[in-house]
Design a protein around this ligand. Structure first.
Ligand SMILES: Nc1ncnc2c1ncn2[C@@H]1O[C@H](COP(=O)(O)OP(=O)(O)OP(=O)(O)O)[C@@H](O)[C@H]1O
Ligand SMILES: [Mg+2]
Length: 290
């Protein structure tokens, strides 16, 4: 079943993407979205605007957790989950992600009142990504990915309207000489204005001009040809089905969670059909950059 949904996804990230930082296949990992339970708060990551934290979970793993109760609310978690899972389905290098269950008791041992409040407001399902110990933030002056990887990431960020991959805030990490995508909470920004989402899906993504990897993205057309066949309707439906019901409450544009969930699938499928606009815009922005 899983193989049918993700034909290119063999349990490890696609090893055929070489890049200048050094490529080797990542360890095998499950493509099933895991759920873990948080057991210990370790430390806040204060450089992150949403006050993410490193926690330990009941599988003995360490995760960077994004809290549902943070300022940006559940939409940031929906973006993290949907865009992260799309990246994984495309074989883009990502720390694995998991749903993280948090209970109220978790706040008890935390002395900082700001963090206590955040934990209390986040009881239930949150989002975690595998903590990459010792990873460093990407610096374009120090390292350059090859054109294939850069172009795929640029294509992907134009598809998912991710405003958060700029030189100032690249949201890319380097770990064991490989590049990793993190922080997709600001992607899918159409979901802050559902009334106009029908129109937004056909729009180019002009902010691609500020993408940190744009100068290296000389093969965006090839990226388009390689990636689109991997995003079948079945893959999109399976990913959207993973959004926890509790994150799909209280959006006035929809009668219920099912309609809200369906709107994400409809948007993503339509955006792929109308992708010529964002692909051409990205190619044009790359050419203007040279
Ligand atoms: N999986 C990870 N492993 C190791 N470090 C991480 C991981 N995810 C995030 N970090 C570190 O934590 C910082 C904040 O994370 P992230 O960018 O996801 O948070 P944010 O609150 O959404 O940030 P922003 O300020 O960009 O909105 C990153 O810049 C990075 O240094
Ligand atoms: Mg960030």
């Amino acid at each position: 079943m899983v193989r049918q949904l993700y034909p290119e996804w063999t349990g490890c990230h696609t090893p055929q993407l070489p890049f200048a930082l050094g490529w080797r296949p990542l360890p095998r990992r499950s493509i099933r979205l895991r759920t873990v339970h948080a057991t210990r708060y370790i430390t806040p990551l204060r450089e992150g605007g949403s006050l993410p934290a490193v926690i330990e979970a009941d599988d003995d793993g360490m995760y960077v957790i994004k809290f549902r109760g943070a300022g940006q609310g559940p939409k940031a978690l929906i973006a993290e989950l949907v865009v992260g899972r799309l990246a994984q389905a495309l074989g883009l290098p990502m720390p694995d992600i998991a749903l993280v269950e948090l209970d109220r008791e978790f706040a008890r041992t935390e002395p900082d009142p700001e963090i206590q409040d955040l934990i209390r407001a986040s009881e239930g399902t949150n989002l975690g990504s595998d903590y990459l110990p010792g990873a460093i933030n990407y610096d374009p002056a120090a390292m350059q990915p090859d054109a294939t990887l850069a172009s795929r990431i640029v294509w992907f960020d134009a598809f998912t309207s991710n405003v958060d991959r700029t030189a100032r805030n690249p949201n890319l990490m380097v770990w064991h000489r490989q590049l990793y995508l993190i922080d997709h909470g600001a992607a899918l920004y159409f979901h802050h204005d559902w009334e106009n989402a029908g129109e937004a899906c056909g729009k180019p993504f002009v902010l691609i001009r500020d993408h940190v990897l744009l100068p290296f993205a000389s093969t965006i057309g090839e990226a388009d040809a390689a990636l689109v066949p991997l995003l079948t309707d079945e893959v999109i439906d399976a990913i959207v089905a993973e959004i926890p019901e509790s994150w799909l409450q209280g959006e006035p544009a929809f009668a219920d969670a099912a309609a809200y969930r369906q709107a994400y699938a409809d948007y993503l499928k339509r955006r792929l059909q109308l992708r010529e606009a964002f692909v051409q815009e990205a190619i044009r922005a790359h050419a203007a950059h040279l």
